[in-house]
Design a protein around this ligand. Structure first.
Ligand SMILES: Cc1cc2nc3c(=O)[nH]c(=O)nc-3n(C[C@H](O)[C@H](O)[C@H](O)COP(=O)(O)O)c2cc1C
Length: 243
């Protein structure tokens, strides 16, 4: 596989960097080719502005989706966005490696999605979910937290990790990825033993990652014109809607 690790942490000596390096070495040992988008090192812009585009379809009013669609058709993206689009197009498997900050990925990861998951490339004109532009590729969030896994369980203090990560996983699925269950390293600041245990668990998971079954999402065609599941279908997504 061609593997893209989208890495979001400002500190090269962070545990997130250790997880990134472990993923690279583990996957390369299995014969995969690994590339890294280091968003902080690239000084990746998180805000959607006119800077995303080399020209303007409408200079009077910034219609973001309109400008993105136009830039997609005219090869009009700024270099840093084009580089990310090309990297995703190259990849069979995308890993997003980041800490959890305020119960979600850091702003720079959201900005990467806002600016890179553009219409034409990833969705639009009937392309979404299983027909999304990135269909056939896989993606996985790999996150770190300072709390315990118990805290992120259904009865835990902070609630179910899958519910917390639902917006990010839904975005990945919306554009067509088959989404693998997130990897979560808990209690990162507590002890070297816990960090070592997480590194071992992540390496074991990655070594067998090709055989994993993606999370279940309903097909777009399971929903009617009223945006509800068609009669007779039960909600079965790997999401808060399980409950
Ligand atoms: C701004 C900020 C917000 C944070 N919010 C959370 C949080 O919501 N939940 C949590 O478990 N840890 C939270 N943490 C702790 C980080 O998740 C933790 O420091 C990080 O995962 C450790 O990995 P690192 O050493 O690679 O930075 C937060 C840390 C920062 C700096």
């Amino acid at each position: 596989m061609n593997v893209l690790i989208v890495y979001a942490h400002p500190e090269p000596k962070s545990f997130n960097a250790a997880l990134r390096d472990l993923a690279k070495s583990t996957l390369e040992a299995k014969g995969h080719v690994v590339r890294i988008s280091d968003l902080y090192a690239q000084d990746f812009e998180a805000r959607v502005t006119r800077g995303a585009f080399r020209s303007a379809k409408d200079p009077d009013m910034l219609n973001i989706i309109g400008e993105q669609a136009h830039a997609w058709k005219t090869d009009g993206f700024a270099a840093e966005i084009k580089a990310e689009i090309d990297a995703i197009a190259w990849a069979d498997f995308v890993i997003v490696q980041c800490p959890i900050w305020w119960f979600g990925p850091p702003a720079i990861v959201k900005g990467w999605m806002d600016r890179v998951f553009v219409p034409g490339f990833t969705y639009g004109r009937g392309k979404w979910f299983e027909t999304g532009g990135l269909a056939g590729k896989r993606a996985m969030l790999s996150v770190t937290v300072d709390a315990s896994l118990a805290a992120y369980s259904a009865r835990g203090r902070y609630g179910d990790l899958d519910a917390m990560l639902w917006p990010a996983n839904l975005s990945l699925r919306f554009v067509g990825f088959d989404v693998l269950k997130p990897f979560c390293a808990p209690k990162v600041s507590e002890s070297p033993e816990i960090r070592r245990h997480s590194l071992e668990a992540y390496a074991a998971r990655l070594a067998a990652i090709e055989g994993e079954t993606p999370l279940f999402f309903h097909a777009a065609s399971d929903y009617g014109d009223d945006d509800l599941l068609k009669p007779g279908l039960k909600p079965a997504a790997s999401s808060p809607r399980d409950a």
